[in-house]
Design a protein around this ligand. Structure first.
Ligand code: GLU
Length: 454
């Protein structure tokens, strides 16, 4: 952690659990941040349930059930040999099999995967669909790699990972750097190694071979559905609102799509090189062509769209908006950016990515009375639709787009209402951070207690 947190006002069980985590996981700032963010919400739950502290549920919850680290050797197109590191952290299976995505990005290390796995426990609990939490990935950088190189990497990665997976054991999916193409290569390799058609072992599959309609759209759509419900509770809606989305990957693109469908005016998005602002409203077809088909940089958007501007190295949060949807990566929205958003009149911020808002930025937003939806609630639509995919696989059926989307909408409404009710129960009406953390935690903690010392 960059600074020592002040936990003086918290339950002693929270303080000792956090000290325990810091001691056992030094040099893992993202993991410590994710744990602290949850623990800070839990004092009310610990006060009403003394058994949580007595049974050391927090310490147990913060220790992954299993952490797998492995070598991933692969050959590039020139014949050169590369060695990457692969991870799968099987964090908690009290509510169901481990479920969570795979991230391929050079920033990946054990601490990053642990933060993501930890978040996933509560996110998955909030869906109410009976899934545990896990996460995996590699420090492999797919940028600039040919299709054949991606294929070889995915096959090598799965050659080790497959022995840890199974539809009742651990079910990966995509995340940053892992989309339909990579899922295809990994599923193919899993099938060869296992000699089983086990569709439910991985989600995000192609529509012709076990995938679900709406899975591609689900995380972005779900984040916007959550935002709309949160706004409605406060007498507003997205219609006519000015929206900025960060990122331009899978989450961002489909957040833009759903926001536009609901009448919002989406004016900016970004990638790691800069942002584009388009006052006429983003041209979604062009955005999809550039990012999904050409896999090019966002600067190409401004080259082809009249009136759009590309700001190299710029901060997308400089663009005034009423609704901000950080949908790129962790810690991308800091306190200075949050102050700028508040100064520009932002009404709501919902996290499409995992932990994109720094703790200081969350504080700025909450103190300014901005509605704030944490990722573990707002972006749960992706993993929820993965479960819809598993349901279809189990029944050997395939739903229409409309049916899958209505199931997603119902799930997002349920998550929203679960968070809202938990916040209200603890006297913190409208506090979605507390609501999401407490609601998710209580479900997992109660299951753990019921299952003995696990
Ligand atoms: N990677 C996504 C997430 O952060 C989806 C995981 C899944 O579908 O299993 O929730």
């Amino acid at each position: 952690m960059t600074k020592e947190p002040n936990l003086a006002d918290h339950h002693p069980g929270v303080r000792s659990a956090f000290e325990h985590v810091v001691r056992r996981n030094p040099d893992e700032p993202e993991f410590q941040q994710a744990v602290l963010e949850v623990l800070e919400s839990l004092s009310p739950a610990l006060n009403t349930h003394p058994e949580y502290a007595a049974q050391r549920v927090l310490e147990r919850l913060c220790e992954p059930e299993r952490q797998i680290i492995f070598r991933v050797p692969w050959r590039d197109d020139q014949g050169g040999v590369h060695v990457n590191r692969g991870f799968r952290v099987e964090f908690n299976s009290a509510l169901g099999p481990y479920k969570g995505g795979l991230r391929f990005h050079p920033s990946v290390n054990l601490g990053v995967i642990k933060f993501l796995g930890f978040e996933q426990i509560f996110k998955n609990a909030l869906t109410g669909m009976g899934i545990g939490g896990g996460k995996g990935g590699s420090d492999f950088d797919p940028k600039g790699r040919s299709d054949a190189e991606i294929e070889r990497f995915c096959q090598s990665f799965m050659t080790e990972l497959h022995r840890h997976l199974g539809e009742y054991t651990d079910i990966p999916a995509g995340d940053i750097g892992v989309g339909g193409r990579e899922i295809g290569y990994m599923f193919g390799q899993y099938r060869r190694l296992s000699n089983r058609w086990e569709a439910g072992v991985i989600t995000g599959k192609g529509l012709d071979w076990g995938g679900s309609r709406v899975r591609t759209e689900a995380t972005g759509y779900g984040a916007v559905m959550f935002t709309e419900r949160m706004l409605e509770r406060n007498g507003r809606d997205l219609d006519g609102m000015r929206v900025v989305v960060s990122g331009s990957g899978n989450v961002a693109i489909y957040a833009v799509e759903k926001a536009q469908q609901l009448g919002a005016h989406v004016v900016a998005c970004s990638d790691s090189g800069g942002y584009v602002v388009d006052e006429r409203g983003l041209d979604l077809d062009l955005l999809k062509e550039i990012k999904e088909v050409e896999r090019a940089r966002i600067s190409a958007y401004a080259d082809r769209r009249k009136g759009a501007e590309y700001v190299a190295g710029g901060n997308v949060w400089d663009v005034p908006c009423q609704v901000a949807l950080p949908s790129a990566t962790q810690n991308e929205l800091d306190a200075a950016s949050a102050k700028r958003l508040v100064g520009n009149g932002v009404v709501a911020v919902a996290e499409g990515a995992n932990m994109p808002t720094t703790p200081d930025a969350v504080k700025v937003l909450r103190e300014a009375g901005v509605l704030f939806a944490p990722g573990k609630a707002a972006n749960a639509g992706g993993v929820a639709t993965s479960v819809l995919e598993m349901r279809q696989n189990a029944r050997r059926t395939s739903w229409s787009f409309e049916h899958a989307e209505s199931e997603l909408a119902e799930t997002m409404a349920g998550i929203h209402d679960r968070c809202e009710a938990a916040a209200e129960r603890h006297g913190a009406r409208g506090d979605y951070v507390l609501g999401a953390n407490v609601a998710g935690f209580e479900m997992v903690a109660d299951a753990m207690l019921a299952q003995g010392l696990i």
